[in-house]
Design a protein around this ligand. Sequence first.
Ligand SMILES: [Zn+2]
Length: 455
Amino acid sequence: MKRRISITCDFDLAIGKVNLNEIVYKLKELKDSLVLLILKQILMSYDDLIMDRLTQTQIYPSKMRKGLGRHVRKDDAEERFCRGRKVYRRGHRNRKIKTVFGCLDMEVRRAECLTCGARYSPLLNALQVTPYSRKETNVEHEVTEAVIDTNYRRLIEGRSIDISLGGIHNIVVGSDIDKTFQDRIPAEDLSGIMADGTGVKQHKGSKGELRTIIGISQQGRVVPLGSFVNTSWSEIDNAIRARIKETADHSIPFVYDGEPGLDDFLSGVAEAQRCTWHAPRGLYYALWEDGLKKKESQPPIDKVKQLVGIELPAGDFEILKEEDKEPVRTRYETSKKEVRELISTFYEKGYQKGASYLESLSKRLFTNIELWLSTGIIAPKTTSLLERVFREIGRRLKRIAWGWSDAAVTNLSKMILIKQYAKDKWEQYWKEKLGIKGYFNINIQTVGINLCPTF
Ligand SMILES: [Zn+2]
């Protein structure tokens, strides 16, 4: 249906005194209430139209009543839908619905079905507003976005959205985010997987552990794989495995910083690679335990740093000539040899801790180089990207001022990750949730001045 809304506004302007700021300031104040009034007019007009179609069945054939008047049969225990599409008018009922523009308060028409006698509101029905819902989904959307951006306080204080902190919490916990974004990712799309954990404050100051798994796409972008609170690594392992579409001949490097329990994480799907940044740091502690001072441990640490820092040539592996790969192979082999020599030296000098640390490390230090030499995949070598992701989540979680439950932290960290790193998917998710399908459009036709004789 096509209709036109006309808006009449009065304004009073002090000539020679008013500045632009004041005009904009007042218009900003007007914005939400104006849109709320427009909304109300649209709904009232729709309500009238629906009622006409459902009461005047001699004018409107059943085709024109399609999608209208659907209701559950009166006193039907099985809650089956009634086939009746003709109604009597039964007055109005007051209805309040929270919207992003403020609370909509309007009279909604009531109908009584001629077939079964059920009473219902055809408008709410057509709008897909369930009888007990008090707010529309855009509110949920705005609240969620505001929580992610940690300006939810400003949202509550500055906006017409009337929602308590508990209400926000319920929106986050009640979100279906944990059931969505579970599509499977082909292994060959990933150049690496990273995992790490961080502490989060929960109820009454108790400390929980947030564990996040991200993938790195072949283009170097973050692919959120999962967020878990107070969950064992083996459970996480299962959940992540289920999300990766394995291919027999493709192994993804898995980068981690030596967190216990991760040595066999995703084994069979991924090849473990110790973070090359953390590796020298770990060596420092091992040698310190052997009694070495910083001055004495620095040279071997520098050596390890240099050995793991093999640069891979840029460019497509496929078009690289064998002679371009050769220097990498040579350097890889000498580095491996030198690590072995360093281990023997440590043993000779009696640095037991240092030697065994480096020994266990050496099996996983060059995974990225081995992978590149055999497949051409360039894998990330450090978890610094993941640490940046964690800082992002941590900064936001910390600012939210009350103790979160596991479900809330899990959902919120997922939302932060997806909004930040998979923006298109996030927008798609909300469009689907809101049911945006192009069934409503509104344009401003004209805005003009009607000269008023007294002004
Ligand atoms: Zn009926």
